[in-house]
Write a protein that binds this ligand. Structure first.
Ligand code: NAP
Length: 472
């Protein structure tokens, strides 16, 4: 069992002021995998004060100096890769097959990416008699979810370091250990005291304090839309900048000309990876009526071929849900979909074959779904795909856009140009064309209730900047 008893504030490991502790449960075994301190709003005060004091000198460092710290963090991340991967397996239950690739390897990649972008902070633009420069926004708070905890954390911390901001970071209660390890990494590379600070505790108390503290200039939050709304309200009175990366119910349009086997392989893997606990999962598959039955058969065979089970088994692709509560919620959605008239093609509420304990849910596919059903409108956050049929492309686009969300999307059509024409009509922040890979250099973020602001890419750096125009 991993045990931590201090927070990292102002370059030191300090006793928390709040005296609580929290046990982290391994979702595959039900055993305690970590015990960590659970602080309170006074811990936030201490961390924010450190970040505020560090800002004047840190914000004046050169871009090259900050880039060097990010490169050192990348190297340190490679050294700590195995430790970080183990936290993902033990706390999230993501299988070892994917944990490093999807969750931990990006840490070094994203640090390098923003090391290369720090130089943009020293660029200036001439507009008439003005010179426009970028400056760091100030003290940032960062609140992260449990589903891709390291990726989400580094997608905030790396651009903030590159920009010259200081920060206070909180992980989700379910997945805290990586953040203690990351603090050790910041210490090891000699990041100046107060630049990176971490606290841990409940969203209700610590998260709320990080959203409302008067000395915080920007709150950046990834999590559910409901909590994102609370964060925005808490940040409103003193007009903080708020960057929100929220939920999704992303559509995948498959046309009659698509390479159906390839499209279904892409779609099933996309939904089932991380046991469906992925914000941008393509959970609504919208298939032309002429290929619908064939697509349903392929979805069934591909979902049933996925190995479900112990995340430490290298053959396993689908691990447990992250918690008993998450499993219960997913099973309730499955029950409701059945009573709403969706056709259960595979999966359902029984334990997957061969498993008797743990928070497992079988990869589940529903056909004959209409877009007004709860299973098509609400974020299930589990290994559940819904398949909807369409008869013409206008209808497909209408279904794709008939959602409060707009995080991601995908189109598989006969060729790239036809797919692009459809992609341009979808109201979402990303679109994967004909099975394309994700790109961490491209901006990521949502339309509508999926959030505002962008992470990653040069746009991810700009979120942490203020613009100043000086007239001559
Ligand atoms: P969540 O319940 O909203 O929690 C996210 C974080 O916010 C946690 O650290 C949580 O702390 C904290 N929190 C909860 N209530 C808060 C409040 N009122 N004020 C401030 N902080 C609060 O979300 P989750 O269940 O961890 O994550 C799943 C959600 O995140 C899904 O909706 C998913 O789509 C979304 N997500 C979006 C993206 C994206 O980039 N768009 C990426 C990943 C995940 P505790 O853990 O202590 O409760």
């Amino acid at each position: 069992m991993r045990t931590y008893d201090k927070f990292y504030i102002n370059g030191q490991w300090v006793e928390p002021i709040g005296k609580g502790t929290s046990d982290v449960i391994n979702p595959a075994t039900g055993e305690i995998s970590a015990r960590v301190p659970y602080g309170n709003a006074e811990d936030v005060d201490a961390a924010v004060s450190a970040a505020k004091n560090a800002f004047p000198s840190w914000s004046q460092t050169s871009a090259a100096e900050r880039a060097e710290f990010l490169r050192k963090l990348a190297a340190e991340g490679e050294k700590r890769n195995a430790d970080l991967t183990q936290t993902i397996i033990d706390e999230l239950g993501m299988p070892i097959k994917n944990a490093a690739v999807f969750q931990v390897d990006p840490l070094a990649i994203i640090c390098e990416s923003f090391a290369n972008k720090a130089k943009h902070m020293e660029e200036q633009k001439e507009v008439g008699n003005s010179v426009v420069v970028s400056e760091p926004i100030g003290v940032c708070s960062m609140i992260n979810p449990w589903n891709y905890p390291i990726w989400q954390m580094i997608g905030k911390v790396a651009p903030a370091i590159a920009a010259g901001c200081t920060m206070v970071v909180k992980a989700a209660s379910q997945t805290p250990s990586h953040l203690f390890i990351f603090a050790e990494m910041c210490d090891a590379v000699g990041l100046p005291p107060g630049v990176f600070n971490m606290v841990h505790g409940s969203g209700r108390e610590i998260g709320a304090a990080l959203s409302s503290h008067p000395d915080i200039d920007m709150v950046t939050f990834t999590g559910s839309t409901a909590a994102g709304v609370q964060v925005s309200k808490a940040a409103a009175p003193d007009v903080k900048r708020v960057c929100l990366e929220l939920g999704g119910k992303s559509p995948f349009i498959i046309t009659e000309e698509a390479d159906l086997d390839a499209a279904m392989e892409f779609g099933i893997n996309d939904v089932m990876v991380n046991t469906g606990q992925t914000c941008n999962a393509l959970t609504r598959m919208i298939v032309h009526e002429s290929r619908y039955d064939e697509a349903v058969d392929l979805a069934k065979s591909k979902a049933e071929a996925l190995v479900v089970g112990d995340p430490t088994d290298p053959d396993v692709f689908v691990g447990p849900m992250s918690s008993a509560g998450q499993k219960k919620s997913v099973l309730e959605y499955i029950d409701q979909a059945i009573s709403d008239g969706a056709r259960l093609v595979t999966g359902g509420t029984d334990m997957p074959a061969g498993l008797t304990t743990g928070n497992y849910v079988a990869p589940t596919v529903f056909a004959d779904v209409t877009n007004d059903m709860a299973i098509a409108q609400e974020e299930v956050f589990g290994p559940v795909l819904v398949m909807i049929r369409y008869s013409d492309i206008d209808q497909a686009v209408e279904i794709a856009n008939d959602t409060p969300y707009g995080l991601a999307s995908a189109v598989w059509a006969g060729d790239k140009d036809k797919a692009t024409a459809i992609a341009r009509r979808i109201r979402a922040g990303q679109c994967a064309i004909n099975g394309a890979e994700p790109n961490h250099e491209a901006p990521f973020g949502g339309y509508k209730e999926s959030g505002n602001g962008r992470e990653f890419g040069v746009e991810g750096l700009h979120e942490y900047c203020e613009l100043k125009a000086m007239q001559y």
